[in-house]
Design a protein around this ligand. Structure first.
Ligand code: MLT
Length: 322
């Protein structure tokens, strides 16, 4: 009996190794942890096209929204580690361990990093008839009217949530938060005037800012953006040192065979060199990361250091999801 079991285990290992060598032999799914049409979805669909060409297989983008991105991250952490379920996620992967008491996965143990993708700036925006004209006026106005205002985000753990935490801390006020399944629908409501203001990524807001459909106060990077040259940085506009950018990376379940991780990484590296990706990213205020950051090791280092960086900031803010 024992010999039988050993033979079966050896056969299974050989089958797994063969499958890894032949990977991919069917479509690959990239899970987006927020609703369609938002910034994470946009970044994913832009890199999915060239990645699909490199892998020689269709890539299906699947939106699994909920709990600020942690629902999707948990699902992928528990998926079969065969390379056919990939996750695109952002800075929220590093804040969730401090925000969620009972996070059903450990980002560093249950997920395997594939590589970093892009660092996306954020913009502080409001409905177009919001009274403040400048960021300085917005700070005073929010302090004055904090009990009447609504701030949109994509749930605890979203980038819009994190930026909101930092913004309220800098302003010294707290307002009512309206959570959405992603900042795609949140921006629709902001344009419609149903919610007052929010902080969201340029990969989502650039078009509406240029179209004058929202009022833009600042960008959250050190330098102004070529894509939005008239938009001041938060630092120059009244919130000295206010900076946050949203790094993104690809993940697979821990235990995914190394040959599969390498093939996905090679496809990501090729996508980041794709001219269309670079030009679309530039139009949207961002850029592909440098090749040396698009590696599993560099991505893991970024994730681990960011988990440590955000822990005391989030604990000091006293925010904990259920
Ligand atoms: C989205 O894709 O909807 C955003 O990443 C949500 C967020 O993190 O604010």
């Amino acid at each position: 009996m024992r010999r039988l079991l050993l033979a079966a285990a050896a056969l299974a290992a050989m089958a797994g190794a063969a499958a890894a060598q032949d990977y991919p032999t069917k479509p690959v799914t990239i899970v987006v942890p927020f609703s369609a049409g938002g910034p994470t979805d946009t970044v994913t669909r832009l890199v999915a096209e060239p990645m699909s060409k490199s892998l020689g297989q269709q890539i299906v983008v699947q939106n699994v929204a909920g709990a600020g991105g942690t629902l999707a991250a948990g699902q992928v952490a528990r998926a079969r580690p065969d390379g056919y379920t990939v996750l695109m996620h952002h800075i929220g992967m590093s804040t969730a361990p401090s925000l969620y008491k009972n996070l059903p996965y450990d980002p560093l143990k249950d997920l395997q990093t594939i590589g970093l993708v892009t660092d996306v700036p954020m913009t502080i925006i409001a409905r177009k008839d919001f009274p403040p004209k400048t960021l300085e006026e917005l700070v005073a106005y929010v302090k004055e009217n904090k009990d009447k205002l609504t701030y949109a985000n994509a749930g605890i753990g979203a980038a819009s949530h994190l930026c909101g935490l930092l913004l309220m801390k800098a302003i010294g006020a707290d307002v009512t938060t309206v959570p959405y399944q992603g900042t795609g629908p949140a921006l629709t409501d902001l344009v419609g005037g149903q919610v007052d203001f929010m902080c969201d990524q340029t990969t989502n807001t650039t078009g509406q800012i240029k179209a004058g459909e929202v009022k833009a106060y600042a960008v959250t990077t050190k330098e102004r953006l070529k894509s939005l040259p008239d938009l001041p940085t938060a630092d120059e506009a009244g919130l000295p040192g206010f900076e946050v950018s949203v790094w993104h990376g690809l993940y697979v379940p821990a235990g995914t065979p190394e040959p599969v991780v390498q093939k996905l990484n090679a496809a990501l590296q090729a996508a980041l060199k794709d001219e269309n990706v670079a030009s679309r990213f530039a139009e949207l205020g961002t850029a592909p990361v440098a090749a040396e950051l698009a590696t599993p090791e560099a991505h893991k280092e970024r994730l681990s250091s960011q988990i440590e960086l955000w822990r005391p900031i989030i604990e000091a803010a006293g925010v904990m999801a259920k």
